[in-house]
Design a protein. Structure first.
Length: 516
């Protein structure tokens, strides 16, 4: 569990949600969120404790995340009995075109709901709307969504355009709500609000808490809220259902594939448990503050040790301690021998200081869960990347440093040049990348593998959560290290596109205003 040696005043423990507001504060304001850093993890920890970290501009930027389209809209659009309105130019809705096919990769035989169908519209704002206002256009879209889909909720996703012109979304909602059967839920996720993608998640949960969650009629003592990341797969979902089922508990999965009713009953749960701590944070705090639902943020069920701790935390809040210990004993009997086989496999391949070296990247939630998991497998991470970082996980970062030692870390918003730079300089045995990120680091000496899969991947090999996922992902890493043919072919057929003078710089953040 988290080390308590950090002063609570350094965190946002005193933060109170204000649901009278239209939306949440940004992660920059609430938790000192940053999008740029390079240095030692211990330095990041100390700077975070002092509150001296800040977002920084880049002189050269290849890509970036949008609060609306990068992760959020794909999740809201999957709510089964709702409709989504993209309130902006038509281009802001283009990612929705692939969502239906993306989620339909999950076979119905594995539990994909039969009634799953995406319902979305766009207000297709024009130059005239920007100049004269778009109230009537939004009102027309809301009425059309009600007539076309008869949903239980209509989510309005704001865009940069509506944010810049200061469109009064709530005024339109309040005026139309009496004539609309569905609950209208405005989400302020315009990208100009924040550089930190996590702000989009917070905005979504703020809207859910403000407009949808109902006062509990009764407590469901066997119900566990599971707000899971898009990057956890359908197999991970099945593993969580299996483990909680062994304890006589039910998982209330949100938001992918959920119903509006499942969002409404969030306040009736016995506990809110994390899959990703920073994705769950705002919702968890709000459910405790407004409805008395307890929560914990760490650990996530990645790796056998963390899965044990995750189950024990849930058991503590549901009175299932005895059943939990019996379950852990059964699971260890099955999975620990497989873990030892993996450890031996990695040991047989080790060439550097007795351990293989891995470089991984993605969210800060994975940073504090996967590095201890790598250590459990018998491999090490001398370097790591995270797309952002904030004060919410300072205790957990301290735990990671205590467990695996200090390491280099780069906070990086999907900037490929910077990621290629750190990969070339660290020369890991295996470099891990996000499947949504694109590209591969073309180094003859390194293997390449995905850091995670995505929700629409139903294959057994894509699992990484719980006991079965710990072994499945360990096997993927081991096979990646044994077979470097993909990386060899990529290197031979496609050279590195960045020039040597940049890759020879000591600091990968060469194009950032002030470095770290």
């Amino acid at each position: 569990m988290a080390n308590n040696n950090i002063n609570p005043s350094d965190l946002d423990t005193d933060f109170k949600l204000d649901l009278s507001k239209n939306t949440c504060p940004t992660r920059e304001d609430r938790a000192n969120g940053i999008n740029v850093f390079f240095g030692k993890a211990s330095e990041l920890l100390e700077e975070g404790k002092k509150g001296s970290l800040k977002c920084t501009d880049r002189d050269f930027q290849q890509s970036g995340g949008c609060l609306l389209n990068f992760y959020l809209s794909v999740r809201v659009a999957s709510i089964r009995d709702a409709a989504v309105i993209f309130n902006g130019p038509v281009g802001c809705s283009t990612t929705a075109l692939g969502y239906n096919e993306y989620f339909r990769l999950v076979p119905q035989e594995l539990g994909r709901p039969e009634d799953f169908e995406l319902h979305w519209l766009t207000t297709n704002l024009s130059e005239d709307d920007v100049v004269f206002g778009a109230k009537d256009t939004l009102a027309e879209a809301i009425r059309e969504a009600q007539e076309r889909y008869n949903p239980k909720a209509i989510f309005i996703l704001t865009t940069c355009v509506t944010g810049i012109i200061g469109e009064d979304i709530e005024g339109t909602v309040n005026e139309l709500q009496p004539e609309i059967d569905a609950t209208i839920v405005p989400i302020h996720c315009e990208a100009v609000r924040s550089r930190i993608i996590q702000t989009g998640y917070d905005a979504f949960w703020h809207a859910v808490l403000k407009y949808l969650v109902k006062e509990p009629e009764k407590k469901q003592e066997d119900l566990v809220n599971i707000a899971s990341m898009l990057s956890y797969t359908w197999q991970d979902r099945l593993e969580v259902i299996r483990l909680l089922g062994e304890l006589g508990l039910r998982a209330n999965f949100i938001p992918e594939f959920c119903t509006v009713e499942e969002l409404e009953q969030l306040g009736e749960a016995a506990v809110t448990a994390p899959i990703c701590p920073t994705f769950t944070d705002y919702l968890s705090k709000g459910l405790e503050q407004e409805f008395g639902v307890p929560y914990f943020l760490y650990p996530s069920p990645v790796g056998i040790t963390n899965t044990d701790a995750w189950l024990r935390q849930i058991a503590k809040f549901t009175g299932k301690e005895k059943e939990c210990e019996e379950l852990i004993a059964r699971e260890h009997k099955k999975w620990v021998p497989k873990l030892k086989e993996l450890q031996k496999g990695f040991q047989d391949l080790s060439v550097k200081d007795g351990k293989l070296n891995v470089l991984g990247s993605l969210g800060q939630g994975r940073l504090v869960t996967q590095l201890p998991y790598f250590d459990e497998l018998g491999i090490k991470a001398t370097s790591a990347m995270a797309q952002d970082f904030d004060n919410l996980l300072l205790n957990e970062l301290q735990d990671v440093i205590d467990t695996v030692g200090d390491f280099d870390i780069m906070v990086n918003t999907f900037q490929s040049a910077e990621q290629v730079h750190i990969t070339k300089h660290t020369n890991p045995d295996v470099a891990l990348t996000c499947p949504l990120q694109g590209g591969a680091w073309k180094l003859k000496t390194s293997s390449i593998a995905r850091l995670h899969a995505v929700r629409g991947d139903p294959t057994v090999a894509s699992a990484q959560c719980g006991y079965s996922g710990s072994i499945a992902y360990g096997n993927l890493l081991l096979q990646t290290l044994k077979n470097k043919s993909f990386q060899r072919i990529m290197t031979e057929e496609n050279g590195i596109v960045y020039q040597d003078w940049y890759l020879e710089q000591d600091d990968p953040l060469y194009f950032v205003e002030k470095g770290k």
